[in-house]
Write a protein that binds this ligand. Structure first.
Ligand SMILES: Nc1ncnc2c1ncn2[C@@H]1O[C@H](COP(=O)(O)OP(=O)(O)OP(=O)(O)O)[C@@H](O)[C@H]1O
Ligand SMILES: O=P(O)(O)OC[C@H]1O[C@H](OP(=O)(O)OP(=O)(O)O)[C@H](O)[C@@H]1O
Ligand SMILES: [Mg+2]
Length: 283
């Protein structure tokens, strides 16, 4: 699997893999190939912008990178999952005092500094506009200040970096987030491996923020307890083998509901409440 060697995505990708149960076996931060606790899986650390090419050539059967880099690269790969982190918008931004407030006001010859050369040129070609693209590989926000360009196309998340450099967004070209990509063609074994990974990864993502809660409830209090208890699909109510008029109630609830939920459950009559972490949810 190709994973980012630098930048924003490194940490969330490593923690996602950890969640799935994949642990790198090398601690050497210079190592580009990391064997893992899954014997048939190695992680290859690649620049995020190069990951689409590596996956397209079948040299890795999976890769995690930004959707923006997949589009920019133009590689023919399948985007099999959106991962919900590394979210941003690729925007066109101009100096706040420029008097320009929409893309329509960007005329032929306008200089745009960007590392998203292909995305930018495709966008303006479609509009029939001939902008001048200044290829850079980072620090885009400073380029208008230096008069290297009249505006930029770059990723924006909170907008802080744009504001800090006297820029304002005037249009969104695309939304981006981290994605899992695979080659167009996989053999049977590879497909099986990717499917196994996907089941575990979706399970880990779905379990995020959820807790398993179990409790004993005297039968006469059951209705009151069920009234306050949220559940994924209705709580499970099971008999307790003690012979007492007692039930065991099991449910999966959002983690943030726990502080409010516990006193409500106690008051409703629940006893011996256990709150447990969920490793995976496989539908
Ligand atoms: N502030 C941000 N918030 C969320 N996602 C971001 C942010 N900045 C970049 N990304 C996304 O993270 C991915 C990898 O970013 P990376 O660190 O390589 O680049 P960058 O920070 O955008 O640029 P550079 O390192 O070239 O300045 C990209 O897909 C990008 O869209
Ligand atoms: O809209 P904002 O929330 O301000 O985020 C946008 C900024 O984040 C990214 O840079 P990053 O912080 O990763 O810095 P670097 O890539 O220059 O190290 C990106 O290149 C933008 O400059
Ligand atoms: Mg960065």
């Amino acid at each position: 699997m190709a994973i980012p060697s630098k930048g924003r995505l490194v940490e969330p990708v490593m923690s996602l893999l950890n969640y799935v149960g994949i642990k790198p076996q090398s601690m050497d931060d210079r190592a580009l190939v990391l064997p893992t606790s899954w014997r048939s899986l190695s992680l290859i650390r690649i620049r995020p912008e190069d990951i689409p090419s590596v996956v397209e050539s079948n040299s890795a059967i999976m890769g995690i990178t930004g959707l923006d880099y997949v589009v920019e690269n133009g590689a023919s790969v399948n985007v099999v999952e959106r991962l919900g982190f590394g979210r941003g918008r690729i925007v066109i931004a101009v100096p706040s005092g420029s008097g320009i407030s929409s893309i329509d006001e960007i005329k032929d010859g306008f200089r745009l500094a960007t590392k998203y050369v292909n995305i930018t040129s495709a966008y303006f070609s479609k509009l029939g506009r001939r902008v001048r693209i200044v290829r850079i590989s980072g620090s885009a926000e400073v380029m208008p200040l230096l008069n290297v360009a009249d505006g930029i196309v770059d990723v924006m998340s909170t907008g802080t970096t744009l504001r800090l450099h006297g820029l304002k967004p005037i249009g969104v070209i695309m939304e981006s987030e981290a994605v899992l990509v695979t080659p167009r063609e996989l053999n049977g074994d590879e497909r099986e491996f990717v499917d196994k990974f996907l089941i575990l990864m979706r399970g880990a993502l779905a379990s995020n923020g959820r807790k398993l809660i179990l409790m004993n409830v005297p039968e006469e209090d059951l209705a009151a307890v069920l009234k306050v208890l949220p559940a994924m699909e209705g709580p499970t109510v099971a008999d307790v083998a003690s012979g007492k008029p007692m039930k065991e109630v099991i449910s999966v609830v959002p983690e943030e509901s726990i502080p409010d939920l516990l006193p409500l459950l106690k008051r409703a009559g629940a006893k011996d409440i256990l709150v447990l972490s969920i490793e995976k949810v496989i539908p």
